[in-house]
Design a protein around this ligand. Structure first.
Ligand SMILES: *[C@@H]1O[C@H](CO)[C@@H](O)[C@H](O)[C@H]1NC(C)=O
Ligand SMILES: *[C@@H]1O[C@H](CO)[C@@H](O)[C@H](O)[C@H]1NC(C)=O
Ligand SMILES: *[C@@H]1O[C@H](CO)[C@@H](O)[C@H](O)[C@H]1NC(C)=O
Length: 709
């Protein structure tokens, strides 16, 4: 995302402060991209396509600009507060403090207080996966902007080549009348990939002049992208997860610095990995010089050929065939006085080797792991101990990859027995075998991050603002508060204006989405109905956690009475015997404790644990094969949507139907801002086979688009 697509630049003025509430002091600050993204997705679910499109465009622009500001502040502070000072006395710390102040000042001027742009790693990942483009393309499509839709869809596809749905839809988009083929381009394409590929192509057809032009461009851009990537390492540090309180101050500084160096080193790998690909291109940077020297020789530019083979030899001084070539060039073109390897490459290698030296040192003395992204690191610069360690780590990675592949294969095998997922988006993370049980599954990606936020907003409404919506003591433990909300109550709250409707739509949707996944994945013989849906939040009570040994929810089974001593589960009242499947759809992870766990029939032996995170669905059969409980929530608040499913139609959730009807009325009667809203005509609603009105989830919308085509 280094270069800014031109169409985004045009929007720049719009981006600087669009929020109506922002004070004049904040006018010139960049709007945080996660908020814009959330707003875009929210508008999407309200069917306000033009607003959704605008927010999403701004989100993408803000994301790019944020990175640019950080990179430019790095550059500026490198000049104004250099760190190349003699490492003596206090002058080093002086320099560090000055750099820190310079960066803080530079970024604050353009971005506002640092916390404004603190973005969850989940959102960062969604941007990296180009998720906003999936929403954006659908919004463009709805607005009839077909060229833009095609470009956005293609941009998403490039980073998600496995996404079958988008692949099919791209085909359909292309066949539409009036769509221009030349709009099929990757809006986030880094310029060097295009240059590199063209360079390779021209080289292969022996069009060397063209090849040289492209490869030189590629090189220039590669080094620029590399610099940017490395600068961003200094801008943001991954939060360290381990909390060793015993660490000495120098250990902390060393640890932090090694992290920084590793981040910078990893940039080579990032640069060499094409979007949507798993592995980087081998020897990406050195290979440029290899191609270039042959190309220059082919067009009889002796000096350039020698320059490039010398540059290549900087990486591989003992490459015999390259040495031979050099000899040949000297004979063929004569001695070229003053021709030397490229200076910027020499400096780059020295810098990189210097960093590696420090990392290797840390590997020997501290417990540091490292993957060397380069194949050219000279043997003599790696000690035997470090070589062993690098080898061991490589071996470990290979084994992990093999294990991953094996799991992938087994998953594919199980998936053959298991039903396919009904729509794109969710993926199976853990199957029954991995969960050490039967009829269990964990899926990720059932909700996106903005969707979780929207639903969580329902839980944040003031306590007591509606019947059954009060925060109360947990029925299971004195250490937690407990709040639950059924779909009907949520809709009634919406009617009173206490909560916003999009969240409720999503709340209802999430249940339906989960039902379809469970029905399809477990290949149930007859259809499943949702029998009950509940939004449940458990909040740790502050100051009441010391020495706590109890659970947030004791071990139980959902459709039978568990008798741990007899190792039986009695499927009889008062158990809810009509329940056939259960599911927990997690909404957040910013709390401590609260893991879902499964046990044996003894209710003691834990067989599997599931850590909550936004969009993760744990689904399982409701019987004695799946006793489960929830670990104590010791800090913060854990919110989930709890769902139960049944084969019996008379136990289908009546509230759900009523809620659907009420909600549709609420949505139609509630006034909309902006004239572009199409909510009342509900274009985002469709009828399913039973004629039931059903909201389309974001993961399904591509399918909907296809049906509409
Ligand atoms: C090399 O490529 C250029 C641009 O594509 C083209 O105009 C030229 O004819 C090609 N030359 C050869 C020898 O193929
Ligand atoms: C790498 O090894 C060479 C040869 O032993 C040495 O001259 C050079 O200083 C080393 N470089 C680094 C960065 O350790
Ligand atoms: C399944 O059991 C193994 C071995 O006890 C354990 O390492 C693993 O974490 C369990 N799986 C889950 C998902 O908890």
């Amino acid at each position: 995302m280094a270069s800014l697509p031109r169409w985004l630049l045009l929007l720049l003025p719009l981006l600087l402060c669009y929020v109506p509430c922002c004070s004049s002091a904040m006018q010139s600050w960049l709007q945080p991209f996660d908020l814009l993204y959330t707003a875009g997705v929210q508008a999407f679910f309200q069917g306000d396509w033009s607003q959704s499109r605008d927010y999403l465009q701004r989100a993408l622009l803000s994301y790019t600009l944020l990175r640019q500001v950080k990179v430019s502040c790095q550059a500026q502070c490198q000049r104004e507060a250099p760190l190349h000072v003699w490492l003596k006395d206090l002058s080093f710390m002086d320099a560090v403090l000055q750099r820190s102040e310079c960066l803080e000042h530079c970024e604050r001027l353009q971005l506002g207080p640092p916390t404004r742009h603190k973005v969850s790693s989940a959102v960062h990942k969604e941007f990296k996966r180009r998720e906003p483009y999936n929403f954006l393309q659908a919004a463009y499509f709805k607005l009839g902007q077909m060229d833009a839709a095609l470009a956005a869809a293609h941009t998403f596809f490039v980073a998600n080549p496995q996404h079958a749905q988008i692949r099919e839809d791209l085909g359909k988009y292309r066949n539409l009348q009036g769509v221009h083929w030349d709009s099929v381009r990757d809006l986030e394409a880094l310029p060097y990939w295009k240059a590199y590929e063209e360079g390779m192509h021209h080289y292969n057809v022996q069009n060397y002049t063209q090849s040289i032009l492209r490869l030189e461009t590629s090189l220039k851009e590669v080094f620029m992208s590399l610099d940017e990537c490395r600068a961003l390492c200094e801008g943001t540090q991954e939060e360290e997860t381990h909390t060793e309180t015993q660490q000495k101050v120098y250990e902390i500084i060393a640890g932090w610095y090694v992290q920084l160096l590793k981040c910078k080193q990893a940039c080579v790998k990032e640069i060499a990995t094409k979007p949507g690909q798993k592995y980087p291109i081998h020897d990406f940077i050195p290979s440029h010089f290899h191609l270039l020297h042959s190309a220059y020789a082919a067009v009889n530019d002796g000096a350039a050929a020698v320059e490039n083979i010398l540059t290549y030899l900087l990486f591989y001084p003992r490459d015999d065939s390259a040495q031979e070539k050099l000899q040949q060039y000297r004979e063929r073109f004569g001695e070229k006085e003053g021709v030397r390897a490229r200076e910027n490459v020499r400096a780059y290698i020295q810098q990189s080797l210097g960093e590696k030296r420090l990392i290797f040192y840390a590997m020997e003395s501290l417990d540091v792991s490292f993957e060397d992204p380069d194949a050219w690191t000279p043997e003599e610069n790696i000690s035997e101990a470090v070589k062993d360690k690098l080898r061991a780590e490589k071996q470990k990675r290979r084994e992990e990859e093999q294990e991953e592949e094996r799991v992938e294969e087994e998953r594919a095998a199980e998936e053959e027995q298991r039903g396919p997922l009904p729509f794109e988006g969710p993926r199976v993370t853990l199957d029954s075998r991995q969960l050490n049980g039967s009829h269990r599954v964990v899926l990720d990606g059932v909700l996106t991050w903005p969707e979780c936020q929207e639903i969580l907003r329902l839980a944040r409404t003031p306590a007591g603002s509606g019947d059954g919506h009060q925060e109360r003591r947990s029925p299971h433990t004195p250490h937690e508060h407990y709040k639950s909300l059924s779909v009907l109550k949520a809709v009634k709250l919406a009617g009173e204006g206490a909560v916003a409707t999009p969240g409720i739509r999503l709340f209802l949707d999430a249940g339906e989405r989960s039902r379809r996944i469970v029905e399809s994945y477990f290949r149930t013989e007859t259809s499943l109905f949702v029998s009950y849906t509940q939004l449940v939040c458990r909040t740790a009570l502050e100051g009441k956690q010391d020495g706590r040994v109890d659970l947030s929810h004791p071990v139980h089974a959902d459709n039978c009475v568990l008798d741990p001593e007899g190792r039986e589960c009695w499927k009889e009242p008062p158990a809810y015997i009509h329940r056939d499947y259960s599911a927990v759809l997690f909404l957040n992870d910013d709390f401590e404790g609260g893991d879902l766990f499964f046990t044996d029939l003894d209710a003691i032996t834990t067989t599997a644990e599931v850590r909550p995170t936004c969009g993760r669905l744990a689904a399982f059969s409701s019987g004695g094969e799946n006793p489960h409980g929830v670990r104590a929530v010791t800090s913060g608040r854990r919110c989930v949507i709890a769902l139960w499913f049944t084969h019996s139609s008379e136990h289908a959730e009546k509230e759900r139907k009523e809620a659907e009807q009420l909600l549709t009325q609420t949505e139609i009667s509630s006034p909309q801002e902006g004239s572009t809203s199409q909510r009342s005509s509900a274009p985002h609603e469709t009828k399913n086979a039973q004629g039931r009105k059903q909201r389309v989830s974001p993961t399904e919308r591509v399918r909907l688009t296809r049906e509409e085509l």
